[in-house]
Design a protein around this ligand. Sequence first.
Ligand SMILES: Nc1ncnc2c1ncn2[C@@H]1O[C@H](COP(=O)(O)OP(=O)(O)O)[C@@H](O)[C@H]1O
Ligand SMILES: NC(=O)OP(=O)(O)O
Length: 326
Amino acid sequence: MIMKSRKIVVALGGNAILSKDASAQAQQAALLDTARYLVEFIKQGDQLIISHGNGPQVGNLLLQQAAGSTAENPAMPLDTAVAMTQGSIGYWMQNALDQVLAEEALSVDVATVVTQVEVSPDDPAFQSPTKPIGPFYSKDEVETLRAQHPDQTFVEDAGRGFRRVVPSPRPIGVNEASVVNKLVAADIVPIAVGGGGVPVVREGSRFVGCEAVIDKDFASEKLAELVDADLLIVLTAVDNIYVNFNQPDQKQLDQVTVSELETYIDQGQFAKGSMLPKVQAAIEFVKNNPKGKAVVTSLENVGRFLSDGDGTIISADHVESELAKS
Ligand SMILES: Nc1ncnc2c1ncn2[C@@H]1O[C@H](COP(=O)(O)OP(=O)(O)O)[C@@H](O)[C@H]1O
Ligand SMILES: NC(=O)OP(=O)(O)O
């Protein structure tokens, strides 16, 4: 068995799968492009563990379920819808990777793991939904939806319109972590914790699904800890994290420590629900795994990350001071 140089958990953001066109064909085309970037890691000898989001897809699926539901053919609950999107996106991703690996004459197996992620039933997130799912609505549309569905919550999303939000508890464990570790040990590329993982709570000796969508950045962080990854790479739409983002004095962060990022969080530099969870996941990973590093960059920048280390690289404070001494 070949020893892989680095173990890397890669979390794929929304634009890796879905931009505007929600058809299966368009999402598969986007994932084929994504696979071409990811295979660069494999060509370099890295062991990948891939995770992905599902916010738009799971919201769309709930709407499809509700539209066709009857007493005999009821709509599925949210935990099951998350599992369904893990399956569909995992199938697309696996198929795209298989194609690119074959084109590159690389003999590497890929396997999607339906992953359950444990959350606490007491997580305060259950009382306060924050995770946007599905499509955007206008103000008029959302007023109609609020009247039709008083049990659902809709909020304005960063000036881009209104979206349904659902509870997003923090992951406390990944039930299939040992399966993922076994796949990694066999040089297989696992696709796991898709859509943040199916949210489950422990009830005695069993796990029961719950109505939530876990943030895939936090679930990927938890998985990265449990597989003892060297790197957690969060791929999103920007090449770097910035301070004063979108302001004339915007500053790109290249190498940054946990303390520096915590200062920027206190200054409110990172938008809630977009960059903040990525920064928090990166901090958590390097705090719990000080030899590891977290990276936030874009898919398009993967080549430059691999060749020159471009992107925002987050290290534990003591690693930075050791680097400064050498
Ligand atoms: N300080 C910041 N630096 C960089 N990007 C930021 C910052 N604050 C907010 N953002 C926005 O956060 C986005 C990433 O969040 P989001 O789109 O939710 O991620 P995902 O790729 O997981 O779907 C970036 O594309 C950018 O528009
Ligand atoms: N589950 C999740 O975090 O999905 P998105 O990244 O698509 O919001």
